[in-house]
Design a protein around this ligand. Structure first.
Ligand code: ARG
Length: 584
């Protein structure tokens, strides 16, 4: 179905185009009902460019605007805004279409796009910790949203399975491994040996020697070391998969860094040949081409003596490649394999510099490539003290333990509210509520800001939380359980009489307007906030408008509003990777 926003934008366009053939139409929903339902500043922008009076331009546009069947006569406000109020009966017909629409009002995109989303991407031999949840949850939500919008998505887990850390791990594996500990908890044991060897490496020349030797053997294809390396990957992948299973996150491909090794040499040669990279002190680097202003140039850095070079290394002086080379090979492979419109890579904010360089190299290396490369970065999770979230003893928090704790805490709450339910059922509800709470708390803040991890806040049934949204859903479902007969909606019976009914209908119709905008800047928090507004609008409606005690068309309309609200809540939460229970 077509959204009200699209219908209105089209009418506005028809009014503006004859006056200003080049105009870009701007139209946004209003937060304040005093300004109508939608507002446009198009007259102000156009008047400024034409050096005319904006209110006059607005009046001219309104003079040509066809409001029939859609809005009341538009009004001019302030310096030249045009305010539009949708006809009440138009909300009724839109709501009727919405109720019958499996896409819940979300329009089909003009052309389905191909996305590659690189997310989660943990490193082998290190347990996934609390920081990984952000990349995993954010990537999963963006993938779900893109798919529901009608796009194609490849979910690619770019695990860190190659690099100098394997020198340390191999030495540790051969000299310090505790077999029994490895069997109990492979990642913990691998992390322990890694830490021990890397500590010795700082001071002990013999360890340094051994690490270099094992790494070289691995890199040159030594069978024994390759076998151990594969074992480390296998053990790690098992534990990653256990976490993905719990989080209900899936991947289409898992192509780790090592997958790209065969292409690295060619990439470096190609970069040199195209004049993008050059030799410098035995290494191969990409330097600034001085086409960007200094402040925006990722290959320059400023110190007390002014701007100096900050090149990107693509081959070290010992001939080995690095993270940047691998990312370039990855880029090349993705372009060839999937012809994507956009590649989205999700990591924490500390990799911004790396990806700014990567984007710049990409532009110089493959100026014709149509794919957009987006680095979607996020801030840190903090503890109460405002420092990175750690255990009491200062260790990083393992994701598996965090998820256990979420479920346990949710179980306490569910048991308090519903002591009569059988334990298995309480546990299942607690699983859904606990995971939902953690995911939602992570998706709600602007992704670039740090947030403070708070169990009490995220598990609260009040406020902007997953349990509040899940509870709203459960409440609506319970209304339908009270009906004697299964309810089906008949399209002839919609009448919005009360302001609270119209307000809810209007909110529901915004789902289809908000969802497509989320991918513009990769911000699932817009969806989270929308769902919270929807639930609050529903609760105001539910207080003002009795449902089961009303009659006739009023009752049918209210049941319809309840039903669509539950469906939008369920779908919206699903798109954030969050399930809903039927009872709570
Ligand atoms: N494994 C990396 C890390 O843990 C993230 C990889 C992100 N993806 C990429 N193509 N660089 O920091």
């Amino acid at each position: 179905m077509v959204t009200l926003h699209a219908l209105l934008a089209e009418r506005l366009e028809l009014a503006v185009r004859p006056l200003f053939p080049e105009a870009k139409i701007q139209l946004s929903g209003t937060a304040d009902a005093r300004f109508g339902d939608y507002q446009s500043n198009v007259a102000m922008t156009l008047a400024k460019a034409a050096r005319r009076n904006p209110r006059e331009v607005a009046a001219e546009i309104i003079g040509r605007f066809d409001s029939s069947g859609l809005t009341l006569p538009p009004e001019i406000a302030g310096a030249g805004f045009i305010n539009f109020r949708i006809l009440p009966e138009r909300f009724e017909t839109q709501l009727t279409s919405l109720a019958g629409d499996a896409r819940l009002g979300v329009p089909v995109p003009p052309r389905p796009l191909q996305y590659v989303i690189d997310f989660s991407s943990p490193n082998v031999a290190k347990p996934m910790h609390v920081g990984h949840i952000r990349s995993t949850i954010l990537g999963d939500a963006l993938a779900r949203i893109a798919e529901f919008l009608g796009h194609n998505v490849v979910r690619d887990n770019h695990i860190g399975d190659w690099g100098t850390q394997f020198g340390m791990l191999l030495v540790g594996w051969k000299t310090r491994m505790d077999r029994a500990a490895l069997e109990r908890d492979p990642l913990a044991e691998m992390e322990r040996i890694y830490k021990e060897v890397s500590a010795a490496y700082q001071t002990d020349p013999a360890t340094q020697e051994a690490v270099r030797g094992e790494l070289l053997k691995l890199q040159s294809g030594d069978e024994e070391n390759l076998g151990l390396w594969r074992e480390m990957i296998r053990l790690s992948q098992g534990q990653f998969d256990a976490i993905y299973g719990r989080l209900e996150v899936r991947f289409d491909v898992t192509l780790g860094e090592s997958f790209y090794n065969p292409w690295l040499r060619d990439i470096v040669a190609d970069l040199k040949e195209k004049g993008v990279a050059r030799e410098s002190e035995g290494a191969v680097c990409v330097f600034s081409d001085h086409t960007l202003p200094e402040k925006e140039d990722p290959f320059l850095i400023r110190d007390e003596n002014g701007w100096r070079d900050n090149p990107a290394l693509v081959q070290k002086s010992d001939g080995t490649a690095n993270y940047t080379t691998t990312d370039l090979a990855t880029l090349q492979y993705r372009l060839k394999t999937w012809s994507p419109d956009e590649i989205i890579i999700i990591t924490d904010g500390r990799q911004q510099q790396h990806f700014r360089q990567l984007s710049a190299i990409y532009q110089r290396w493959q100026p014709e490539a149509p794919a957009k490369l987006s680095h979607v970065w996020f801030g840190s999770i903090l503890g109460d003290d405002g420092k990175p979230f750690k255990t009491r003893s200062g260790e990083t928090i393992r994701l598996s333990g965090l998820l256990d704790e979420a479920e346990e805490r949710a179980l306490v709450q569910v048991t308090e509210k519903n002591p009569g339910l059988p334990e298995a059922e309480r546990r299942e509800i607690a699983r859904i509520v606990g995971l939902g709470a953690v995911k939602y708390a992570d998706l709600l803040p602007n992704r670039q800001s740090d947030y403070v991890f708070s169990w009490d806040k995220m598990l609260s049934f009040q406020g902007n939380t997953a349990p509040y949204l899940q509870y709203s859903y459960v409440r609506i479902r319970s209304i339908f359980r009270k009906l004697e007969m299964a309810w089906t909606f008949s399209a002839a019976e919609v009448s919005l009489a009360e302001p609270a009914e119209t307000a809810l209908a209007k909110k529901l119709l915004q789902f289809g307007e908000i969802l497509p905008t989320i991918l513009d800047d990769h911000r699932p928090n817009l969806l989270a906030n929308y769902l919270h507004e929807l639930a609050s609008t529903f609760h105001s409606f539910f207080e003002a408008c009795p449902v089961l005690k009303s009659e006739g068309t009023t009752r049918e309309t209210r049941l319809l509003l309840c039903d669509v609200t539950a469906r939008v809540l369920e779908k919206g939460l699903f798109l954030l990777g969050i399930a809903v229970p039927e009872k709570m």
